[in-house]
Design a protein around this ligand. Structure first.
Ligand code: AMP
Ligand code: ZN
Length: 137
């Protein structure tokens, strides 16, 4: 049995305020908006996390996120948009069905991400991490 809440939204087993739908993706309003007007884009088929999601689905998710960002800019007069996608509990992900957050932003909307930038001990520390990544790419 699939207990995924977003699969249930796709199956129309639980309600959602849908704003866009096509064969591959569904977009609906987030019930806990960071900023009012916050929307989510999901694939109709269950995938998670991003590393297990086919490239063509990722493309569709992000193309749709772009459409919704335009709609937020035009419909709400938003001044900017955050596009976010969490993977794994450590990242803050709560619903384990891949989703893209599209969050309208307004000058002086009062929201501040806790973007607590750190410093490397030295350039070697950063280079060592970069080398580990290069070996995987
Ligand atoms: P994340 O932390 O990236 O997994 O985000 C999950 C998001 O799903 C949160 O922003 C929730 O507010 C949102 N959410 C959870 N359940 C629902 C629901 N039934 N309808 C709409 N949004 C939901
Ligand atoms: Zn699902």
């Amino acid at each position: 049995m699939n207990d995924c809440i977003f699969c249930k939204i796709v199956a129309k087993e639980i309600p959602a305020t849908i704003i866009y739908e096509d064969d591959e993706v569904l977009a609906f309003m987030d019930i806990g908006p960071i900023i009012k007007g916050h929307a989510l884009v999901i694939p109709k088929k269950h995938y998670d996390p991003i590393t297990e999601t086919p490239d063509e689905i990722l493309a569709q998710l992000h193309i749709t996120a772009k459409k919704i960002a335009s709609a937020q800019l035009n419909a709400f007069g938003a001044d900017g948009v955050n596009i976010m996608q969490n993977n794994g509990k450590a990242s803050g992900q709560e619903v384990e069905h891949i989703h893209v957050h599209v969050i309208p932003r307004f000058n002086n909307d009062g929201h501040h991400w806790n973007w607590n930038a750190k410093k490397y001990d030295d350039i070697d520390e950063m280079n060592e991490l970069a080398e580990k990544l290069r070996e995987q790419l």
